[in-house]
Design a protein around this ligand. Sequence first.
Ligand SMILES: [Fe+2]
Ligand SMILES: [Fe+2]
Length: 275
Amino acid sequence: MTFRIAQISDTHLSDRKPFFVDNFVRIGEALRADRPDFVLNSGDISLDGASNEDDLAAARALHDGLDLPVRFLPGNHDIGDCQDAPAHGEGTIDAPRRDGYVRHFGADWWSFDVAGWRLLGVNAQLLGSDLAAAQEQDAAIAEAAAGLGARRLALFLHKPMFDRDVGETEITGRFVNPAPRQRLMASLGGVAPALVACGHVHQYRETRSAGSCHVWATSTAFVLPDRLQPRYGIKEVGYVEHRLEPDGTHDSRLVRVAGVPTLNIADFPGAYGPI
Ligand SMILES: [Fe+2]
Ligand SMILES: [Fe+2]
């Protein structure tokens, strides 16, 4: 039987600054009508949970209101950014921030199997950090990859692995940086995930590289203006449906939800300050 995942991402939720809650609620209504096998939020669940735990609590409550099975992965706005990312406001991951995330959303990495597949969720901001949990996560990734058997691997994380090529050397906040990327590849031990699904860029895109299909989920909330961020794919809000078949084939698509506007962060200076 087909296993269907509804991936939402970059919901950027807050009670204090509820600019993007209406979009979430409307997309939630569409998800309840669609009834996927589970909903994945691939990070930036909260507006600014990295420095305000109230945002984590508000975001969790909104997800509980979906009344659907939900899994979470942390984004930079929930837990702080990677320690080697250029600073842009939300601070970097540390033990207190990670503990706060885990209190509200549970484990920040996880793995489980469905027919023909192993699903592996990874904390992208933890990769390559100096936290002791980084080594535990590396070991969990290695174990999940080594025990795949005949299954195919679907990897989920907040940030794209790279733009076009695993060998890219730029250090940015936009993709997993070179050192943590190499560490992730080493932990995978030569296994090429059939599907790599991420969020973070607020654009939908599907590309192929070295045996993997890379799918970027867009945000449910907002896009960034072209003057701040190049166009890699589609700048429209929505969610992504992934269909995993027991025979290892798979398909992903952007789902647009009627009545949900594509907001632009430039119109919300109260969210993160003027840009
Ligand atoms: Fe985001
Ligand atoms: Fe992000």
